[in-house]
Each structure stands twice: as structure tokens, then as C-alpha cells.
Design a protein around this ligand. Structure first.
Ligand code: HEC
Length: 184
């Protein structure tokens, strides 16, 4: 829900910039002169503007929070197709977050490459969660979910953010989606 709104907002912003930049380029042409030089400059300017409009990594991981919390409750309700959906969303948003900023600077100088850590989470915790969902096995799911949570936290520690501790959610993040398998 949140990410959807955000996407629409950023799309319309991007569309706005597209229009502005087309007008900009045309007027540069109309003025004649060497077209190559100003074009590169204005492209640079546009790239900088677009960068400022992109959501930051904190936004993408806040989406992970949303999907991963709902995943727990979808499984508790034995709503396995929904659980699979939220697992996929969790995975997609984690990947998006890491693509945005694959390497983070650490406060203690030095850097951390998030990509191998994410690969580890994908091939163990998230993969076990998928297997448990396919088997419709709640016990196995809970084990895999807790295991994934430990790995999530492992990456927070590695990123210099040990205060981002995670716990099993008390309530679902969604207020709109009916998490039960069958409506009555
Ligand atoms: C590859 C590393 C990595 C993995 C894996 C990871 N995180 Fe994070 N997470 C981060 C980083 C880095 C931040 C801080 C982002 C920032 O400072 O902009 C963060 C922040 C967060 C936040 C705080 C968002 C906020 O601003 O309130 C939550 C919640 C979160 N992660 C949940 C999770 C969950 C749930 C998982 C596992 C399903 C997970 N993370 C897996 C790196 C990771």
C-alpha cells in the first residue's frame, strides 16, 4: 500500500521532469550553437535531480518490514498463497534495497558489501521459508522465519546498526488485506 503510493508519487514526479527536460532540450536547440556540450551538462543535471527523487534504502527496508510482518500472519492463518506472495515481496524489496546501495560506508571507516550477505539470506533462511510454505508446514515455517530474522539482524550488525533488533511481530502491518484464507 505504502510502496504503491510512493511508486505513483515518484512516477508522476518523474513524468513531470520528463516534460520539463524535453522543453529544456528543445529550447537549447532552438538557440542554435553547439548542441553536444549543453546536452551533456543538462543530462548531468537531470541525473542529479533524479537521484534526489529516488527513495533511499531506508524506504525499501521499511517495505521489507511491512511484507515480512504480514508474511508471519498469512502463515499463522494457513493462507499459504498469500504467504508465498509476501515471501516474494520480502525477497524483491530486500534485493531492491541492496541494489540501491550495494556497498555501505561504515562509521568505523571501511565498507561493507551487502550483496554476499543477501545471497546468504536468500539461499538459507528465505529458501527454507519457501520450502515450508510449499509443504504447508507451519512448524517448519516458524523455524525458517526465526532463522531468517536472525540473518536479517546479522546484516544489521554487519552494517553497524546493532540497535535494529527484530522480533516476531505482534500485529500484521496491513490494515486492509484480509489475512484469513477464506472469507466468511
Ligand atoms: C543485506 C543486509 C540486510 C539484510 C539481509 C536485511 N537488512 Fe534490514 N536493514 C539493512 C540496513 C543497512 C538498514 C538501514 C537502512 C538505512 O540506514 O538507510 C536496515 C534497516 C532495517 C529496518 C529499519 C527501517 C526503518 O527505517 O525503520 C527494518 C525494519 C529492517 N531493516 C528489517 C529487515 C528485515 C525484516 C530483514 C529480513 C527479512 C532485513 N531487514 C534484512 C540491511 C539489511
Amino acid at each position: 500500500m505504502k510502496s504503491g503510493l510512493l511508486a505513483i508519487a515518484s512516477l508522476s514526479l518523474l513524468a513531470g521532469i520528463g516534460v520539463v527536460s524535453v522543453v529544456h532540450t528543445k529550447s537549447a536547440h532552438a538557440q542554435g550553437g553547439s548542441a553536444a556540450q549543453p546536452d551533456i551538462a543538462s543530462l548531468r543535471e537531470e541525473v542529479e535531480t533524479l537521484k534526489r527523487l529516488l527513495p533511499d534504502q531506508a524506504h525499501a527496508v521499511a517495505d521489507v518490514d511491512y511484507h515480512f510482518a504480514n508474511l508471519w500472519f498469512a502463515a499463522q492463518n494457513a493462507n499459504w498463497p498469500l504467504a508465498e506472495f509476501y515471501l516474494n515481496e520480502t525477497r524483491a524489496h530486500l534485493n531492491w534495497a541492496v541494489r540501491m546501495r550495494p556497498v555501505r560506508k561504515l562509521a568505523s571507516s571501511g565498507e561493507i558489501d551487502l550483496r554476499p550477505i543477501l545471497q546468504g539470506v536468500e539461499s538459507s533462511g528465505l529458501s527454507d521459508a519457501r520450502a515450508s510454505i510449499n509443504k504447508r508446514d507451519l512448524k517448519a515455517f516458524e523455524l525458517a522465519y526465526r532463522g531468517t530474522m536472525l540473518q536479517c539482524y546479522g546484516c544489521h550488525i554487519a552494517s553497524g546498526k546493532p540497535y535494529l533488533r527484530l522480533r516476531i511481530p505482534e500485529t500484521p502491518a496491513t490494515r486492509m488485506i484480509d489475512l484469513r484464507g477464506k472469507a466468511d
